[in-house]
Design a protein around this ligand. Structure first.
Ligand SMILES: *[C@@H]1O[C@H](CO)[C@@H](O)[C@H](O)[C@H]1NC(C)=O
Ligand SMILES: *[C@@H]1O[C@H](CO)[C@@H](O)[C@H](O)[C@H]1NC(C)=O
Ligand SMILES: *[C@@H]1O[C@H](CO)[C@@H](O)[C@H](O)[C@H]1NC(C)=O
Length: 254
């Protein structure tokens, strides 16, 4: 059974690569769908649902093919959301709840400011993935916990840039010990928790479960990476991100 599934998936991959830019036959799309169902462990309760999802899947596949045939800097592929409509996907409560959406006055703390007349020489773009400063894509499951992933991803990359080590850190620790449950929250508050907690554990040590479990700070849980402050920058202001001219709000001992 395992071997058969593997062969089908391999076959589908080859098929996919060789046919990806041409129009697909119904048979080919059906094969892709069946392979996708196996790959993502999808089980629909009734045939009607399976057919309905197949129609949506085909729509998404068409969108992916059209995009990939164009001249873009990125390619699309089938992931576990491929049987959802755009509306269904957007109706997911991913969990971002910014408490800090109030009127903010931005002020850059001195350590981020350049001397008058000094010009910062920066490349036009940086791909942090090429520099190994981004962990793998993670899946938050049904926990509405995007805020935790936002905070953790930022700290993971910061840690790599500062120490040279890329370590996957624990979103679950934030869910269990800061929020004490699944649900929406604010990434900014999660930064504050990590400061007060004197650090955060690795994902290996404190793995993601997508459900609340009792906070486990005791025992052998380590505080592997810590931060001592954070700056909330103005939205969509590249100049401020460069540290020149713009203003940002500095929180906590900047
Ligand atoms: C594709 O896009 C790149 C970058 O925008 C451009 O330099 C190139 O000429 C484009 N190629 C075609 C075939 O349009
Ligand atoms: C921001 O400030 C303006 C002017 O003081 C006010 O009208 C507005 O309601 C404020 N917005 C928020 C989100 O507090
Ligand atoms: C996630 O959010 C949705 C929509 O607000 C809600 O129905 C659901 O119960 C939430 N789930 C969790 C685990 O918080």
């Amino acid at each position: 059974m395992g071997t058969v599934a593997l062969i089908i998936i391999l076959f589908l991959s080859v098929f996919f690569i060789s046919c990806s830019s041409s129009t697909r036959s119904e048979y080919e799309m059906k094969l892709l769908y069946e392979g996708w169902l196996v790959e993502h462990h999808k089980n629909y309760n009734d045939l009607f649902e399976k057919d309905k999802r197949y129609e949506i899947f085909k729509d998404n596949l068409k969108y992916i093919d059209e995009h990939n045939a164009g001249n873009h800097t990125y390619q699309l592929g089938l992931n576990l959301f491929a049987d959802l409509t755009v509306d269904e996907y957007q109706n997911n409560d991913l969990g971002f709840n910014p408490l800090s959406k109030m009127n903010m006055t931005y002020k850059v703390s001195s350590r981020y400011m350049l001397d008058k007349g000094e010009e910062l020489k920066l490349p036009n773009s940086v791909d942090w993935r090429e520099k190994g400063a981004v962990t793998h894509v993670k899946n938050q499951g049904k926990c509405n916990s995007s805020w935790a992933f936002t905070t953790i991803a930022t700290i993971e990359s910061l840690n790599k840039i500062v120490t040279g080590e890329l370590i996957s850190l624990s979103e679950q620790e934030l869910i269990d010990c800061y929020r004490k449950g699944c649900g929406r929250d604010d990434p900014v508050k999660a930064f504050e928790f990590i400061i007060l907690n004197h650090g955060i554990d690795t994902a290996e040590d404190y793995p993601y479960r997508a459900v609340y479990s009792k906070c486990d700070l005791s025992k052998k849980k380590k505080k592997v990476v810590s931060i001592n402050g954070y700056v909330l920058g103005p939205f969509n202001n590249e100049n401020a991100m460069k540290g020149g001219g713009g203003k940002a709000t500095c929180y906590w001992r900047c």
